[in-house]
Design a binder for this molecule. Structure first.
Ligand code: PEP
Ligand code: MG
Length: 888
């Protein structure tokens, strides 16, 4: 290997696929293909070190580069039997960029380099095709003038148009060699006119101009932006590959195309792609002509001739090369090729992009064939992409009219008529109409509307807002925090993107992208194929952490089990008070002005809650179920001021002023920092007694019914002081004693706490004295660690993300440095006091792959997430285990 330049061709290469850091993805894979003896036009790659040198030394090239390039060119001439820019058989080259990661279309390329007034004639003679030769020359001048000399395209277009007009030609393809000569003459004049310099005739000068231009394109604005978006370090630099040209535009028997070794949409094991007869690569990209299908199978529903029919021999060769490449790289490849006068040439190969469905099918098929290990198959699937498969998605090929944007709060697509209240949603559903519930934000009052609607759109709230969390639990698409949309529910209008929409107008929401779209768009239903199941089984064999679900309704619990949940990690009991009867009871409890009437309400609640828990235990059949005591501030259960309050008062047969007074009494400036969680439990311990009794009675009944022993995990939220927890645990123990005595039996149960406040993390060793498990409530822990509101932070966090102040939304992915530090501290301190303490997470992060990877590193025993994310978590947990093993 020389210092800067690495040659390839003729069955040999100075470099391999492993050298992508130095040779770029393209250069490294060309070297690899050459080594494999595949038909690769020979050439050489200037390493990325040169790019770094170029920028470190004020655009100067290393001293020895010139000599190395000259030597490589000599070798190239020998290998091809052609002469660079001259002789009877002129050697023409392409000069292409190539970075470590693909940056499609961001960097520059020059083709047909080496053509000049003399070599074009030689090319015309050897090819026997003057039209092709002069067309190639004018393409080169056009590209070179624009990429290297910085001339605007527009003047060239005018020149071609003029020649076409004069000659009566309609398409470029109608022009002859003489026409192209006229075009070339026009181009040269335009260059002198505009730049005051001649188009260079010396091939050496052309080459160095192109090499420098490609290096400079590394810092062009679109490349800089692309790198920022994809986190590609500037220091990587681009390689420059100089390669002998082959021509797909030499007439009949020539072509250029792209191929995937498997169908990138479905993953089917058959060659898939497009080609253009008699064309150069850029024609495929430019989209001026419609490409033809590669295979007969693809050609089925088109009237274009497939390559398989048009060039059967070359096609067979392409198919063989494709298989060889796939087997060699053990990955689906995306290939560029050219056929020059019947001979196949490979120009590029790289790992192909694919849909989630195809990714699974390909990985499973390759592992089953023994091409890759099962663990590798698991590593290759992006867990988050699985969500695409679990929810209906908008058909990929329909046009979208985006009328607003918000946070992608719960994935999937839903279409329906706009409704502004939950009552309308319920009404419309009962009439068989589909709706999208559009609200400023949602509250427990809206559950029935959210259930009825196809999807939910809220103006306020983040990704852990009520709407987002509930929608994810229900598996319904949801967009939250769509701050640019204005609604006026009284007038029944919604203003967005300069449009006024009314109740009844149809919109589609894409909860996967956060886009609000006009009209009804067709969707495709999920298909949980056999490959999906296979992949999940493999994940289960590997992963260490268990996966539980956050669920409080029988539907949620059933969905969760269907997706493979191994228990319930969070049952938010307040959500069990959403239906009308429960809400009424809750309000009666809040409004009760003496102990007797409160006891009456609690007695009725006990019956309801016991039934709830019984159902949950029956569905989960002996799997662990973590039931969290009532958590949110009470005011959330009172009706909104105005009409709603009057209606509720009327239904309860009380004076609306009583409700207003109570709302005022309960009013807090910062309810999220207010009387909620364990604080409520301390203020209303009789409520805790009721919930504990309901749990224990349900345990006993479920055990009798199912024959499976139930060990409930009772969880106390928002604990900060160790004595808060002790106070509540004592109450629970007393109730347990009483129930055991009444039933004359023994009940095993656990009492534990959520760790969702910094103080709890700090005092975890003390808290663990009365806590048999910890579950990290990372929604609140993030809120309280940062001191930002989980419901409103979307506004400025989006700005932070856009301006690069933060890389990730801490409510979506755990902030490892801060919140994560608290988690690790709590885990360690908790284990110090109680080595066998169970550790889990139940905040929304429990379904986020990056956060799950972190949970593995601190040794949590399980993650808990919304039912639809259970498969995501199963795979992410397996990947986390693999990553830990790789580190050890
Ligand atoms: C949490 O805070 O992370 C949590 C799970 O509880 P909630 O979202 O109900 O506050
Ligand atoms: Mg919480």
């Amino acid at each position: 290997m020389t210092d800067w330049v690495h040659t390839f061709g003729g069955g040999k290469a100075d470099g391999t696929a492993r050298d992508r850091d130095r040779l770029g993805g393209k250069g490294a894979n060309l070297a690899e293909m050459a080594r494999l003896g595949l038909p690769v036009p020979p050439g050489f790659t200037i390493a990325t070190d040169v790019c770094r040198h170029f920028y470190a030394h004020g655009h100067a090239l290393p001293d020895t580069l010139k000599r190395e390039v000259e030597q490589a060119l000599d070798a190239l001439e020998r290998l091809t039997g052609k002469t660079f820019g001259g002789g009877e058989a002129p050697l023409l080259v392409s000069v292409r960029s190539g970075s470590r990661e693909s940056m499609p279309g961001m960097l520059d390329t020059v083709l047909n380099l080496g053509l000049n007034d003399r070599s074009v004639e030689a090319l015309a003679a050897v090819s026997g095709n003057p039209t092709f030769a002069y067309d190639s020359y004018r393409r080169f001048i056009q590209m070179y003038a624009s990429v290297v000399m910085g001339l605007d395209h527009a003047s060239f277009e005018e020149i071609i148009d003029r020649v076409k007009e004069e000659s009566g030609a309609i398409r470029d393809g109608d022009l002859t060699a003489d026409h192209w000569r006229a075009v070339i003459a026009g181009y040269k004049i335009a260059i002198v006119d505009e730049l005051d310099e001649e188009f260079p005739q010396n091939p050496g000068e052309q080459l160095w101009g192109a090499i420098k231009a490609v290096l400079k394109s590394w810092m062009n604005p679109r490349a800089v932006t692309f790198r920022a978006l994809h986190r590609i370090p500037e220091g990587w630099g681009t390689a420059v590959t100089v390669q002998a040209m082959v021509f797909g535009n030499m007439g009949e028997g020539s072509a250029t195309g792209v191929a995937f070794t498997r169908d990138p949409a479905t993953g089917e094991d058959s060659l898939y792609g497009e080609y253009l007869p008699n064309a150069q690569g850029e024609d495929v990209v430019a989209g001026l002509r419609t490409p033809h299908p590669l295979t007969k199978e693809q050609a089925d529903n088109s009237n274009l001739v497939a390559m398989e029919d048009a060039m059967p021999v070359t096609f067979q060769e392409l198919r063989d090369v494709a298989k060889r490449l796939e087997n060699h790289f053990r990955e689906m490849q995306d290939i560029e090729f050219t056929v020059e006068a019947g001979k196949l040439w490979m120009l590029q190969t790289r790992d192909g992009k694919r849909t989630a469905r195809a990714a699974i099918r390909i990985a499973v098929a390759m592992a089953e064939k023994g091409l890759i290990a099962k663990t590798e198959a698991l590593r290759r699937i992006d867990p988050a992409s699985l969500e695409q498969l679990l929810h209906p998605a908008i058909s990929p090929d329909v046009e979208r009219t985006v009328i607003g944007r918000g946070l992608a709060a719960s994935p999937g697509a839903a279409t329906g008529e706009i409704v502004f209240t939950s009552e309308e949603a319920v009404q419309a559903t009962s009439e068989g109409r589909r709706t999208i519930l559009v609200r400023p934000e949602t509250s427990p009052e809206d559950i029935h509307g959210m259930h009825a609607a196809e999807g939910i759109l809220t103006i306020h709230g983040g990704t852990t807002s009520h709407a987002a969390v509930v929608a994810r639990g229900m598996g319904k698409p949801c967009i939250s925090g769509a701050g640019t949309i204005r609604i006026n529910a009284d007038k029944g209008i919604m203003l967005t993107g300069g449009r006024t929409l009314r109740g009844g107008d149809v919109i589609t929401i894409d909860g996967t992208s956060g886009e609000v779209l006009l009209g009804a768009l067709p969707t495709v239903q999920p298909e949980l194929s056999g490959d999906f199941g296979t992949l999940m089984e493999w994940a289960d064999e590997i992963r260490r952490m268990k996966v539980r679900a956050n669920a409080e309704t029988p539907e949620d619990a059933l969905t969760a089990r269907g997706f493979g949940a191994e228990g319930v990690g969070l049952c938010r009991t307040e959500r069990m008070f959403n239906d009308e009867e429960r809400l009424r009871a809750m309000r009666a409890f809040i409004l009760a002005d003496n102990e007797t009437s409160r006891d009456e309400v609690l007695a009725s609640m006990l019956v309801m809650q016991k039934a709830d828990f019984l159902e949950m235990f029956e569905i989960m059949r002996g799997l662990p179920v973590t039931i969290r005591l009532f958590d949110p501030p009470l005011h959330e259960f009172l009706p909104r001021p105005g009409r709603e309050t009057e209606q509720v008062a009327e239904a309860m047969e009380i004076d609306p002023d009583r409700i207003r007074q109570k709302a005022e009494d309960l009013h807090e400036i910062n309810p999220m920092l207010g009387n909620r969680g364990v604080r409520l439990a301390v203020c209303y311990p009789e409520f805790v007694d009721m919930q504990a009794r309901a749990i224990f009675q349900a345990v006993l009944e479920a055990g009798e019914k199912t024959g499976e022993k139930v060990v409930p995990e009772i969880m106390v939220p928002l604990v900060a002081y160790e004595r808060e927890l002790k106070f509540i645990k004592d109450r629970i123990d007393i109730v347990a004693e009483a129930v055991m005595k009444e039933w004359d039996t023994k009940i095993d149960y656990l009492v534990g706490t959520m760790i969702e406040l910094p103080r709890a993390a700090i005092r975890a060793d003390k808290i663990a004295e009365s806590s048999e498990f910890f579950s990290f409530g990372t929604n609140d822990l993030t809120q309280s660690t940062f001191g930002i509101s989980r419901d409103d932070a979307g506004l400025y966090l989006n700005e932070y993300l856009r301006k690069g102040v933060i890389d990730r939304d801490p409510f979506i992915t755990i902030d490892v440095d801060g919140v994560g530090e608290f988690m690790q501290m709590a885990a360690e301190r908790g284990q110090r006091t109680r080595p066998d303490i169970t550790l889990g997470i139940c905040g929304e992060h429990g379904g986020d792959p990056a956060s799950i990877a972190f949970c593995e590193t601190i040794g949590l025993h399980y993650v808990s997430c919304s039912p639809y994310r259970v498969p995501v978590a199963r795979l992410a947990a397996a990947q986390a285990t693999l990553a830990m093993r790789a580190q050890q």
